[in-house]
Design a protein around this ligand. Sequence first.
Ligand code: NCD
Length: 309
Amino acid sequence: MSELSVNHLLGIKYLNKDDINLIFETADHFKEVINRPIKKVPSLRDITIANLFFENSTRTRLSFELAEKRLSADVINFSAASSSVKKGETLIDTVNNILSMKVDMVVMRHPNPGAGVFLSKHVDASIVNAGDGAHEHPTQALLDSYSIRERLGEVGGKKVVIVGDILHSRVALSNIFALKLQGAEVKVCGPKTLIPKYIEKLGVEVETNLKKALEWCDVANMLRVQNERMEISYFPSTREYTQQYGVNKRLLDDLSKEIVIMHPGPINRGVEITSDVADSSQAIILDQVQNGVAVRMAVIYLLASKIKR
Ligand code: NCD
């Protein structure tokens, strides 16, 4: 297969296993490119991409922009904080104004779940979801699986536990879809209040004891508590959260095997992960960031090849 089954990347739930394999094989090629002295290819010289960020971001925005530039696309950046959105313009009007400048692809982060799907139905451009509220974050899940494949050889058959604030996490949902699609076993671990009631319907087991979850898994993906999405308290205090759901070196050294530690960033050092773990060779956090560029290059390249002009 040399083509994606979709014209947009709106969520992992719209992809099939062949799509994921194609993205990974293409990313392997781009990973080699970005490690060359000249890190750029001319593939997308005729493509213009708009990065629309209606929500804060560091890694994801920089990673997309770098991926686009490494492919030689023309890039424009927009952030809601400094735009006419504050003057009351609708999402479709904002995007249509940008598209009238002949933009081919839109990478969008938005606080509302489904914003990407909505946009894909109303505007004539290829849409990449860079995170829609607490819904999906497909490129993060792809780069996470790609990093597991790189470290452990394959994703199928591996045991992955996602730890922390599952309820508010788009990273958790996209990871669950991606890991299950590739045949991994998935558990979630965290305080009951931060685990959605429907989660077992996704073929995922719940383990509230962190030690047991770590003993079971090959990989632990540690999530940040999404305080900005909480209107009430979901646990008594940060200190108590850390005591029960934070990983530290002693916990990992007590396990019968060495596991891989992941984190999508931004890290809260000392809350969900201690510094000695985050900076250890067990952690692949910076590999995830590096792989993010290659994986996003692959996604953009494959979607751009489907644009009819
Ligand atoms: C995540 C996000 O924004 O969803 N970060 C990221 O994209 N690297 C996770 C988070 O904010 O905790």
